[in-house]
Design a protein around this ligand. Sequence first.
Ligand SMILES: NC(=O)c1ccc[n+]([C@@H]2O[C@H](COP(=O)([O-])OP(=O)(O)OC[C@H]3O[C@@H](n4cnc5c(N)ncnc54)[C@H](O)[C@@H]3O)[C@@H](O)[C@H]2O)c1
Length: 291
Amino acid sequence: MAAPLNLSGKVALVTGVADDVGFAWHIAKALQAGGADVILLSHPRVCSIVERFLTRDKSIESRQLPFGVVGEFKPKALLGCDVACDTAADIAPEMKGEKGYDFDVSIEGAFARVKELVPAVDIVIHSVAFSPEIGKALPDVSRKAYLMAQSVSAYSLTALCRAAAPLMKGREGSVVGLSYMASERAVPFYGGGMSSAKASLESDSRLLSWFLGEGGHRVNIVSAGPYASRAAKSIGDIGAMIENTAQRSPLRRAIDPDDVANAVLFLCSDLSRNITGTTVYVDAGYHAMGT
Ligand SMILES: NC(=O)c1ccc[n+]([C@@H]2O[C@H](COP(=O)([O-])OP(=O)(O)OC[C@H]3O[C@@H](n4cnc5c(N)ncnc54)[C@H](O)[C@@H]3O)[C@@H](O)[C@H]2O)c1
């Protein structure tokens, strides 16, 4: 008998795909390889870019599914969704003329389109983060930027759970968010208010696990080690960060995005059916170190 990691018949909503480098791309591919139908909810501004990764010949290799599963990554749909906006009323008037904002790309608007595509949802992946002042150390971060970091990177988990709950009814859903160890340790160069946003995200995930648990749904966090994604490159010298962490981790190596995708896949499968409200570290053990 094969291991019971089978997501056939399940629908996964994956936020945060902007290219074929970030964690979300690898997670989406792993979920499809596991048998799930994947719907991408990407930032409206990047949808046309993602469309290119999904279709152009140059990206054929990166579309190959993992685990030797034959076939290319092909989401059921790619929808624009700005997770800073709960409803159309939250979309600023100046945004409405922008690329990708020509229809309701709020969470409510995106879920209205999800409902037209599928009757139910089983998996929600929160892989989004943003601070307009990511390059600034915490003492220099403006209130506005700090609150924006909280809105996009933390509150959006709650908003997505609220939107997904009616679609997960009776399904034993799994929600997984991505975090970083700066939520609980002082990492001075992790700026822009992002450390506070990650602390909120992790705290919210524990409370959400209680509220959604009544319906049989699970909420977990994967806390990943540093990896050179587009978002991470804006933090600072990500190369040095990766090298330093790798040297000081028990396993003396860096992580790769498939490590994160594999952990997420496990957390979305029935193999983890009694794991909720927790943070799983995919960081080669770095979080366990005292030096
Ligand atoms: N790369 C790392 O070192 C690292 C480590 C630990 C945790 N993480 C977390 O992993 C997650 C994914 O990040 P990544 O490193 O793969 O980078 P990434 O740049 O690939 O992903 C960040 C995503 O957030 C999206 N986004 C930003 N604002 C948005 C908005 N208003 N609405 C919708 N989408 C929005 C971007 O379009 C992008 O797709 C983030 O939560 C990040 O904090 C990253």
